[in-house]
Design a protein around this ligand. Structure first.
Ligand SMILES: [Ca+2]
Length: 160
């Protein structure tokens, strides 16, 4: 086998070059991943904030409409987000430009939607006929540019 001036075979030099190239590629990929995570961080933080703000709104609302209706959804005469006056009014509500409890808007890139269902007491993962049980399951989904960024579910009892 022929050797370089330093005493390495060409095969050894080739092998070292391949290992070095692999290491450099891995470092590059790690840096790229890190940059992507860093640039995504403000979006993740805002999504989580809007999710928690949504749950704060949900918890602040009466559990039953003042009319006494336990049906899920807005009552007669309630049509807009401004009309929401009890938890189940949020069923099917989707905010195209979510506004937090402080009145700050987050722009049209964001959306926040609410699902409200009655669930059985024995197993809250099982949906029940709307209004038939005193347990509500509320799910909030926050999206950025139509891609889901945060979502969670809570259970609320209608008996305070
Ligand atoms: Ca209502």
């Amino acid at each position: 086998m022929s050797r370089t001036a330093d005493g390495f075979t060409y095969f050894e030099v080739l092998l070292a070059s391949i290992i070095l190239a692999g290491a450099v590629t891995c470092m590059g990929l790690a840096l790229e991943q890190s940059a992507s995570v860093t640039s995504n961080a403000p979006i993740v933080a805002t999504a989580d904030y809007l999710l928690q703000d949504g749950f704060a709104w949900v918890r602040s609302l009466p559990r039953v409409d003042r009319s006494g209706s336990t049906a899920i959804g807005m009552e007669a005469g309630e049509t807009a987000i401004a009309d929401v006056d009890d938890v189940d009014d949020l069923a099917g509500v989707s905010e195209a430009d979510p506004v937090d409890r402080n009145g700050t808007g987050y722009g049209a890139d964001w959306s926040r939607s609410f699902t409200v269902e009655s669930v059985t007491l024995a197993d809250p993962t099982v949906a029940a006929a709307a209004g038939s049980t005193p347990l509500l399951r509320i799910r909030i989904v926050v999206k950025y540019q139509k891609i889901e960024k945060a979502a969670d579910t809570i259970l609320l009892s209608r008996t305070p």
